[in-house]
Design a protein around this ligand. Structure first.
Ligand code: F6P
Length: 319
């Protein structure tokens, strides 16, 4: 193996840059030439790539986002798009591909790699932490801490003004961020896509709490379970209590990666290069049981079961 390429695809996650840094610098140490592909699969289809050197990744360790840019590429879902991507790999004599992204990115790499016999290794990066077989993805810790800072701020005003807040966090299909910040932020309730919730019963608790002197509440909702504005309106309708809605949105995707997200990214970048050098393919690297784990794409792209009950019941017990 002489030349490899690296790309970021899907939603960005804080820590993608440190992962790119590790792939490039460790790759160079291992006598590989490393090419960076811009804008994910789109860049592979449209030949947007260049050789990266040690200097190309200077100063990016602390930056959120990805210097390689990212996006979702419908053209890569087509046979024609995949063929063009493969032609680019052939033209530039690329022997292996490192794909930094989430489960959608891995599903694409799995299909593409097997169809064209291209060694592809994924690096698990997603704020949603929803990759099966992997306990922690790059970016999840940073996103949780960003959301938690916001919730701590909201707590100050909620307590001072004796209000109810509904805070919407990211997670279209997954309640990971909501549960994590619900627990760490001391929130009173959490609504997530994985668990049906009963708004009437939550409102009953709010009214009861209010009668015995509990006057501020924070309810966290994952975007996949509902919208903060709608839920806040319904709470006011049912309880007649003043309720505010906050949608944290994409601020959770940006910002300086935490030490945990960076360290994970640097370790996974190295591990991905090692996998390619060992002749591995069709696999993803991530953190599992405190260690770097190598998981088949086939497993990684399956739906991850979030362990909801233990966390949820702890949140409710400590409320
Ligand atoms: O990266 C994952 C994620 O942040 C989800 O939690 C969210 O629903 C989605 O991406 C948003 O995607 P986009 O930025 O394309 O709207």
């Amino acid at each position: 193996m002489k030349r490899i390429a690296v790309l970021t695809t899907g939603g960005d996650a804080p820590g993608m840059n440190p992962a790119i840094r590790a792939v490039v610098r460790y790759g160079i140490v291992k006598k590989l030439e490393v090419m960076g592909v811009f804008r994910g699969w789109w860049g592979l289809i449209n030949e947007e790539l260049k050789v990266l050197n040690h200097r190309s990744v200077s100063g990016i360790i602390s930056q959120g986002g990805t210097i390689l840019k990212t996006g979702r590429c419908p053209e890569f879902q087509t046979e024609a798009g995949q063929e063009r991507a493969f032609n680019t790999l052939k033209k530039f004599a690329i022997d292996g591909l490192i794909v930094i992204g989430g489960n959608g990115s891995f599903a694409g790499a799995h299909k593409f790699g097997n169809k064209y016999n291209v060694p592809c290794i994924g690096i698990a990066a997603s704020i949603d932490n929803d990759i099966n077989g992997i306990d922690y993805t790059i970016g999840a810790d940073t996103a949780i801490n960003t959301a938690l800072n916001a919730i701590d701020n909201i707590r100050d005003t909620a307590t001072s003004m004796e209000r109810i807040f509904v805070v919407e966090v990211m997670g279209r299909d997954c309640g990971f961020i909501a549960l994590a910040v619900g627990l760490a932020g001391g929130c009173e309730d959490v609504f997530i896509p994985e668990k049906p919730f009963d708004l009437e019963s939550s409102c009953h608790d709010i009214v009861h709490g209010n009668m015995i002197g509990k006057v501020s509440w924070i309810i966290v909702v994952a975007e996949g379970a509902g919208h903060a504005e709608d839920i806040a309106r319904k709470i006011t309708e049912i309880t007649s209590l003043e309720t505010r809605a906050v949608t944290l949105g994409h601020i959770q995707r940006g910002g300086r990666p935490t030490a945990f997200s960076r360290d994970l990214a640097l370790n996974l970048g190295k591990a991905a290069v090692d996998c390619l050098l060992k002749g591995e393919k069709d696999k993803a690297v991530g953190l599992s049981s405190g260690k770097i784990a190598v998981v088949d794409f086939e497993t990684a792209i399956k739906k991850k079961e979030l362990k909801v009950e233990g966390l949820y019941s702890l949140i409710k017990t400590l409320t």
